[in-house]
Write a protein that binds this ligand. Structure first.
Ligand SMILES: NC(=O)c1ccc[n+]([C@@H]2O[C@H](COP(=O)([O-])OP(=O)(O)OC[C@H]3O[C@@H](n4cnc5c(N)ncnc54)[C@H](O)[C@@H]3O)[C@@H](O)[C@H]2O)c1
Length: 306
């Protein structure tokens, strides 16, 4: 039954080739990430930790795709400069994510300025102390600080975004986690625990929010040589130059061959996908962008006898 149908389809497609190609091109063009695509047209977004690195790249990609973006951070001068660079669809406001009231205010600012909030991107984060400790020497003051900036902030961001999204029965919340939250032992335990908690928060709230038309997802990047990534490594390798640290991330930690290196724009485009209507049924997901790093571990194979 299938074979004749396939032959018929193949014959038909051969005759209609030019139109089909044109259709494919325009379809492909629609989903492309070219600078003129408008996958977030008319949407209003708040991004925390947007003055640099992945957050800055995400703000740029959101604006390029037609969103109005409120960038927030604690680096005010840098944040204002980045927003100015991005043009009239971007604005900057201070928001220290360790303070729930400031997260609430950032959400309220989006609603006051644009009438609604469509995308809340809980992105800001810190490494915490990176030097490896045995469990007995774990610094719990550092643990509390890191959990407040990375995990508690994501929960507060979900809470306040939901406050304005649920009544409209629409919205998308994205939380930045990490491969360090997927696998144990990649970096210092405190950071890994904080990012595992982010993934846990996404899973804990996805069911409730999904029933109100609001999606909540995580993105877990692997190592990228941003200031964040390099600062963490610098603590572990204080003698290494910046160039050496960058090579450690882009070569030593790289999973992909063929000269492919993970860049901030790759994470920004993952965020555009999750924020867009193309992901309308994607909820409670952790979108891992790691070149396959977390899918397996090489078995310790015994050396062949003799
Ligand atoms: N770069 C990587 O290798 C990597 C990998 C996985 C996950 N991540 C995650 O990506 C996020 C940011 O990383 P990045 O690489 O863009 O680093 P980055 O240092 O360039 O950006 C982090 C931003 O967060 C801001 N920030 C720090 N504390 C804040 C606070 N209390 N309130 C508001 N803003 C604050 C900083 O000022 C900075 O602009 C973090 O959540 C991090 O855990 C990074």
């Amino acid at each position: 039954m299938f074979r004749p149908m396939q032959v018929a389809i193949r014959g038909e497609s051969r005759r209609a080739a030019p139109a089909a190609v044109a259709g494919f091109v325009s379809h492909y063009g629609y989903y492309s990430t070219a600078s003129n695509s408008q996958r977030l047209a008319g949407k209003v977004a708040v991004i925390t930790g947007a003055a640099s690195g992945i957050g800055k790249a995400t703000a740029a990609e959101f604006v390029r795709n037609g969103a109005k973006v409120i960038l927030t951070d604690i680096q005010d001068d840098l944040g204002h400069a980045v927003a100015a660079e991005l043009g009239p669809d971007a604005a900057y406001a201070r928001c220290d994510v360790t303070d729930e009231a400031q997260i609430a205010a950032a959400v309220d600012l989006a609603v006051a300025r644009h009438g609604r909030l469509d995308i809340m991107h809980n992105h800001a984060g810190v490494t915490g102390r990176m030097a490896m400790h045995s469990v007995g020497s774990l610094d719990l003051a550092d643990f509390d600080r890191t959990m407040a900036t990375n995990a508690r902030s994501a929960v507060a961001g979900i809470k306040h975004a939901a406050r304005v999204m649920v009544p409209r029965r629409s919205g998308c919340i994205i939380c930045t986690a990490s491969t360090a939250g997927v696998l144990g032992g990649i970096v210092a335990p405190t950071y890994g625990i904080s990012k595992a908690a982010v993934i846990g928060a996404v899973r804990a709230f996805a069911g409730e929010l999904g029933r109100h038309g609001v999606r909540v997802n995580a993105i877990s990047p692997h190592g990228i040589a941003t200031r964040f990534g390099l600062r963490g490594l610098a603590e572990l390798f204080p003698e290494a130059s910046e160039g050496e640290l960058k090579r450690m991330v882009e070569t030593g930690m790289n999973e992909m061959g063929g000269g492919t290196v993970l860049e901030v724009e790759d994470i920004a485009r993952a965020a555009v996908y999750l924020a867009s209507d193309e992901a309308k049924y994607v909820n409670g997901h952790n979108l891992v962008v790691d070149g396959g790093y977390t899918v397996g571990k090489a078995a310790n194979k015994p050396a062949p006898a003799g």
